[in-house]
Write a new protein. Structure first.
Lengths: 218, 398
């Protein structure tokens, strides 16, 4: 029995030829629809497509072998004005920087769509992002491409307030019909944390990995 | 304000319009009653056959389902939002409760994602013990499915056998982690503790018992003529449909897709150190899904046996700072959980807690196929099909 795991430095290649090739193929198939892309060797692929080509890109990706629909969701890139919910409710709320800063492959808007597709033959996955316009919060539905996106879009609709053009049935899945607000948006307060102050990390459990030196916040 | 857009009601006031609607509705009801066209059957949210609070609204024509739709959300706990106000180590106590029958397996992909972002790797011994506990939670989870399956088809005995033998596995998990249901044992950089003395021998004995249990279920249930006639050819999911809906785990493999994340994906876990078979079935019906799960349970006991023989020595915890701050970045990690592919898309902003966590749970995708699958089936088959799809409510609603 082998009882030797190789260290991460050996297993993570600096150049990932497989994923580089996949990205080149994707860029060739989608053309100018790909706004930005990123490959982390040995990890994953990210691409961002333009909002208008969202549905079309999905069709092309499905046709080129990314036929497994993993999930669809959205990300709100605005930092929460309530921080991490650790404010004292009796004090006035501190001013927080809520400048929108996108993640991998950039972005120009507050909301972004995020879909993960996997090639069922090569088992290489791809994370596809697209900007959601700030004025309308609306993108095209991809439920006609991947039937499984139906429920995921319903969830994104009620949680993030994103509209999906062409979706057959955008009823709420989880929330009551008359619920107001979009809970997963960063500016939706988590009320339990607003009414009672969070005690913070009161004790740090000693770790069994020997005396790990306490590293303070840098 | 106008409620209706037809010329008759345009001339009426609001109150008159409402009474007009009420009278039309009453007429419609009367027509339905006289013509006996169909009925709406509401199953759940509290129903013995629905493991939790899944409600199914089915429109029937006689014995056949015209359309059916599950109604979720009775157990939505907002974990994606709650993770945003927790620190990374605190998140594991939440996500334990997503799939409560295989709790340890929920923790692993999240911890792996955090480790990936931090560039930390757990020591080999920790990875092996993680993998063992992961497979034990699979056995604990799926063995209950195998027993429950009988109950949903009217057989009482299998569930007693399942609870009897599952207890041994839960005792093992408890003696190693301290928690029967919610271990909260996985840490960034390793595990909370090493295994207790004598645990390995005890586990080997239990694995033998579980293999016996699988044999018993196979001969008692899967060989049963009633069971076969209730499940064979019922609720067939073709490969393409399964891929489109993002089915995973045994549901996907029962449709003939040979894909197991334990084998087909690079993972720091110890699955690539053992030899195991990925079971598939070409039929895609209820029987195939149940059968694949049975084989997987047996295979899991063999994986555990092999891993127990080769646990490397060494520490169970890598050196990690006491206050964990995860560098900025995004990471996706998924593992082959008892219910299917479970993954976390973690976005970190260099803070002590995640910025956004997308929880991709297996049951949400697996159950989203039901409106498609239940169309045209007979009422008793609703229960069989749902049982064979195998979902945990906490895994749908999160």
């Amino acid at each position: 029995m082998v009882n030797q795991l190789s260290s991460p430095a050996e297993t993570t290649p600096v150049v990932d030829t497989v994923r580089d090739q996949v990205l080149a193929d994707v860029q060739a198939a989608l053309g100018t629809a790909v706004v930005d892309s990123l490959v982390k060797p040995g990890d994953d692929i990210w691409i961002r497509v333009s909002t208008l080509s969202w549905n079309e890109s999905m069709k092309k990706l499905q046709a080129m072998g990314f036929d497994y629909f993993c999930f669809l969701s959205a990300i709100d890139w605005m930092p929460s004005p309530f921080g991490r919910g650790e404010d004292d409710p009796t004090e006035p709320a501190p001013e927080r920087d809520t400048t929108i800063r996108p993640g991998y492959t950039g972005g120009d808007t507050r909301m972004q769509m995020l879909v993960r597709l996997v090639n069922s033959r090569t088992h290489v996955g791809i994370n596809v992002k697209a900007d959601v316009p700030n004025e309308t919060y609306t993108v095209d539905s991809i439920a006609n491409v991947f039937a499984g996106a139906n429920w995921h879009e319903r969830e994104a609709h009620e949680m993030f307030g994103i509209g999906f053009v062409g979706h057959p049935d955008l009823r709420n899945m989880y929330l009551p019909t008359d619920f107001e607000g979009f809970p997963m948006r960063k500016d939706f307060p988590l009320l339990a944390r607003m009414v009672k102050p969070w005690p913070g990390i009161v004790d740090v459990e000693p770790l069994p990995g020997g005396d790990a030196e306490p590293e303070e916040a840098s | 304000m106008t409620i209706l857009n037809d010329p008759v009601s345009a001339k009426l006031g609001d109150r008159a319009q409402l009474s007009y609607i009420a009278s039309q509705a009453a007429d419609a009801r009367l027509n339905v009653e006289l013509e006996t066209e169909g009925m709406t059957l509401n199953i759940g949210p509290q129903h013995p056959a629905t493991h939790g609070t899944l409600r199914i609204i089915a429109r029937l024509d006689g014995e056949q389902v015209l359309w059916a739709e599950p109604s979720c959300g009775y157990m939505h706990r907002g974990y994606e939002k709650l993770t945003e106000v927790r620190s990374f180590p605190q998140v594991t106590s939440l996500i334990n409760r997503i799939d409560w029958l295989g709790s340890f397996a929920n923790e692993v992909p999240f911890i792996l994602a955090a480790e990936k972002l931090m560039g930390v790797e757990a020591p080999p011994r920790a990875q092996w013990i993680r993998t063992i506990l992961f497979e034990l939670s699979r056995i604990a989870n799926v063995s209950l499915f195998l027993g429950d399956l009988g109950v949903q088809l009217g057989a009482i005995t299998p569930v007693f056998m399942a609870f009897r033998d599952r207890e041994y596995v839960l005792n093992l998990i408890e003696s190693a982690t301290g928690g029967r249901f919610h271990p909260n044992f996985d840490r960034i950089g390793g595990l909370k503790d090493d295994l207790p003395a004598g645990w390995i021998d005890e586990t080997k004995v239990v694995m033998k018992k579980l293999r016996n249990f699988c044999d018993e279920i196979e001969s008692l249930l899967f060989g049963n003529e009633i069971f076969q006639s209730r499940t064979r050819g019922i609720g067939v999911i073709p490969r393409d449909i399964a891929m489109q809906y993002g089915l995973s785990g045994a549901n996907l493999r029962a449709s003939g897709v040979d894909w197991d994340l334990r084998r087909d994906q690079d993972s720091p876990m110890a699955w690539n150190k053992v030899d195991f078979k990925v079971w598939t079935h070409p039929d895609g019906d209820s029987f195939a899904r149940c059968w694949v799960r049975l084989q997987e349970t047996r295979e899991a006991t063999k994986i555990v046996d092999q891993l127990l023989d080769g646990i490397p020595a060494g520490p169970v915890m890598a050196k990690v700072p006491k206050i964990i701050k995860v560098p900025e970045g995004e990471a996706w990690v998924s593992t082959e959980n008892p219910l299917g592919e479970m993954g976390y898309y973690v976005v970190s902003r260099g803070d002590s807690g995640p910025f956004r966590v997308k929880i991709r749970s297996a049951s949400f995708n697996n159950i989203s196929i039901t409106p498609w699958l239940l169309r045209g089936v007979y009422v008793p088959d609703i229960i069989t099909i749902l049982a064979s799809l195998y979902f945990i409510l906490g895994d749908i609603d999160r």
